[in-house]
Design a protein around this ligand. Sequence first.
Ligand code: PGA
Length: 255
Amino acid sequence: MPAGHKLVIANLKMHWNSLAEAERYERSLIKDWSKLAAAERVRLAVCPSFPFVPLVKHLGKAGIALGVQDVFWENSGAYTGEVSPTQAAAFGAAYAIIGHSERREHLGETGEMVSRKAHAALAAHLTPVVCIGETREERDAETTLSVVREQLNELFTFVLPEDAARLVIAYEPRWAIGTDRTPTSDEILEVKLLIRKELLKLCGSAGEKTPILYGGSVRAEFVGSVCLDPGLDGVLVGRESLDPKSLIAICRALV
Ligand code: PGA
């Protein structure tokens, strides 16, 4: 990513229940995006549920990327209910969120699964946005840094070190997701520095180029101070991305 540019990943989770809803969102987002003066310095990727990915193709034409919220680690075969990275790419996705804490928590995704998925996404030329972060208990026990270090080490079980520059790391403290509680910019900075140091150790110079995002209750009002003081490359947005106006306000606040 060029210096000074920011990446915004919109995780729409399991929202939108109709094509009409998706189309309304698409129209409204494109309208507001086209008025964003600094749009060339923001890379925005919208990640709806799988069925909607091919249905919001106008986003791509307007310069907004598409992504998915997960992919499987195999590319085809007898895996009922799964979606392969190649399928996601064929329908227009450029990004794949991998290892979101909701999947780790509700579906038992392990570090090994996350690593396999990120590896498979890279093979299909998707950019994996790998989520890592500690629980409230881990933060209270002052084990945040060791938890994050371990998650990063697990990621490179299957992901090749030289691919570090082709993926994105999203630091998302689990306790900040969906809660309106956020870490201070100093707390984010401490973890960001640890992530960079670990990436350099694990991946050499490729680790210098990995964009590092913050996620967890991101809102336009504090994106400048909390998310940018630590010099992050962008943000992963949940709830606030459901309203195109709030999402654009976040993009505007970042550049
Ligand atoms: P939130 O979600 O912005 O609603 O806290 C963030 C996320 O789940 O990535």
